[in-house]
Design a protein around this ligand. Structure first.
Ligand SMILES: NC(=O)c1ccc[n+]([C@@H]2O[C@H](COP(=O)([O-])OP(=O)(O)OC[C@H]3O[C@@H](n4cnc5c(N)ncnc54)[C@H](O)[C@@H]3O)[C@@H](O)[C@H]2O)c1
Ligand SMILES: [Zn+2]
Ligand SMILES: [Zn+2]
Length: 336
């Protein structure tokens, strides 16, 4: 089968023929139709996180396709079903986190397109128990970004504590952020969108943000304090330390910063302000299978819609280059 392969960190991906995966117990084989390109895939290709991916690696954790083969012990998924293969590729099912419905914290989890091969390929195998079920009416290309960008931002907003009518700031209106702001609106929140270009500000306003700030033109912290008195919650999905610092400072007393973007960096937090203002800082990693069902449901009902640009697998290196430069509006989805 054809796949895009990371052979070495910081080198171009190689488009090549590789062995089609063979199934083990509990697994299914999916013929991939579409796979979204997440900034995490770029981190994987760069090897810039403390925990490195396997090499060689086929990236991709927003793969959607049709089941073409199932292992003999699989009954929950049938040939012909449409499924998605997410970042949470599998978990142990047995640890305290799995047992309490927090499988995204399972220490024994595997990650699609990182610790195991993912969706930048014609075929991808996955454990039947952890694939996302894609409803019949959903378009595979449109739904692909929900598999990571969607569920991740939906979950981050859920745990942000922001209630309908309150203000939330989204830092980084990229693949994740442009969907985050739509979930926020669908949840009844007011949204300030922050990025560092006019293109992203315009996109945010088109998608329903109440206020959009270009952080290169004005100081987002001052603007947010002045316009809304600080936000009840800020979600940072930017790949920039500065954005995290500003997101922290944008939060009003009693508010919450949800840390989602993954620059390999430190976030210095002032102890005094955090205590006196009772600010909460929490991390959020993708979403559970239940979060995934809910996030997909929003998309299928048309409450959120990824802005998509499609291209072919062969163009992945150009897509990565544009992503590094912050030049993608919305999400790129590879049609496979
Ligand atoms: N926690 C999780 O579960 C999770 C899940 C998926 C992705 N991620 C991470 O989230 C990050 C974003 O992923 P993506 O696919 O949306 O990336 P992306 O490249 O599509 O978007 C990043 C956006 O941040 C903007 N940005 C850069 N500097 C900024 C600044 N100073 N202020 C405001 N905005 C700024 C860019 O212009 C761009 O629009 C990555 O680090 C990715 O690995 C985390
Ligand atoms: Zn992702
Ligand atoms: Zn577990």
């Amino acid at each position: 089968m054809k796949a895009a392969v990371v052979n070495e960190f910081n080198k171009s991906l190689e488009i090549k023929e590789v062995e089609k995966p063979t199934l083990e117990r509990g697994e299914i084989l999916v013929k991939i139709e579409a796979c979204g390109v997440c900034h995490t895939d770029l981190h994987a290709a760069h090897g810039d996180w403390p925990v490195k991916p396997k090499l060689p690696l086929i990236p991709g954790h927003e793969g959607v396709g049709v089941v073409v083969e199932v292992a003999s012990d699989v009954s929950s998924v049938k040939i012909g079903d449409r499924v998605g293969i997410p970042w949470l590729y599998s978990a142990c099912g047995d640890c305290e986190y799995c047992l309490s419905g927090q499988e995204t914290l399972c220490p024994n989890q595997l990650n699609g397109g990182y610790s195991v091969d993912g969706g930048y390929a014609e075929y991808c195998k996955a454990p039947a128990d952890y694939v996302a079920r894609i409803p019949k009416e959903a378009d595979p290309v449109e739904i692909a970004p929900i598999l990571c960008a969607g569920v991740t931002t939906y979950k981050a907003l859920k745990i942000s504590g922001a209630k309908p009518g309150e203000w939330v700031a989204i830092y980084g209106i990229g693949g994740l952020g442009h969907i985050a702001l739509q979930y926020a609106k669908a949840m009844g929140l007011n949204v300030v969108a922050v990025d560092i270009s006019d293109d992203k500000s315009n996109l945010a306003l088109e998608l329903g943000a109440d206020i959009a700030i270009n952080g290169l033109k004005e100081d987002p912290v001052e603007a947010i304090k002045e316009k809304v008195g600080g936000v009840h919650a800020a979600v940072s999905v930017a790949v920039s330390k500065k954005a995290f610092e500003q997101a922290y400072q944008s939060v009003r007393r009693g508010g919450t910063l949800v840390v989602v973007g993954l620059p390999n960096d430190e976030l210095p937090i002032p102890i005094f302000d955090t205590v006196l203002n009772a600010v909460t800082v929490k991390g959020s990693i993708v979403g559970t299978r239940k979060d995934m069902q809910e996030a997909i449901d929003f998309a299928v009902r048309g409450k959120v819609r990824a802005m998509i640009e499609t291209t072919e697998l062969d163009n992945i290196n150009e897509v990565f280059k544009r992503m590094e430069e912050g030049k993608i509006n919305g999400r790129v989805v590879l049609k496979i």
